[in-house]
Design a protein around this ligand. Structure first.
Ligand SMILES: [Zn+2]
Length: 121
């Protein structure tokens, strides 16, 4: 059962594994470790880089019922940065994050890859 779960996880992150050549022994890496990702996915710009963690920010439009209009909200997310992506990602980069189990009080997202200008549509 446990093996089967891991297989599914590897399948989900196959495209990412192909782009990142480095191999790491990080247990909490969605590609090489056993961390399972599920839930929401966001794209954001890296504004802060800390050991094994990045802070990203992005804008969302939310509907305000009372005024029947949309309002912009800025969201900040702390995401875990796996070892294999440590060198690729720097401040100012556009990255993709996926929800995972809570890794700490404020971290419940993991960096899932860098978005280069060519990929953006
Ligand atoms: Zn890794």
């Amino acid at each position: 059962m446990k093996n089967q779960k891991k297989k599914i996880n590897e399948k989900n992150n196959k495209d990412l594994a192909m782009t990142s050549k480095n191999i790491c022994d990080d247990e909490k890496c969605p590609v090489h470790g056993s961390l399972r990702t599920r839930g929401r996915t966001f794209q954001g710009v890296v504004i802060k880089k800390l050991p094994k963690r990045v802070v990203i920010t992005f804008e969302q439009t939310r509907y305000v019922k009372k005024y029947e209009r949309y309002r912009k909200t800025r969201t900040k997310i702390h995401a875990r940065l796996p070892e294999c992506m440590n060198e690729q990602i720097n401040i100012g980069d556009l990255v993709k994050v996926t929800e995972c189990r809570p890794l700490s009080k404020i971290i419940h997202f993991v960096v899932n890859g860098k978005i280069t200008q060519g990929d953006k549509k």
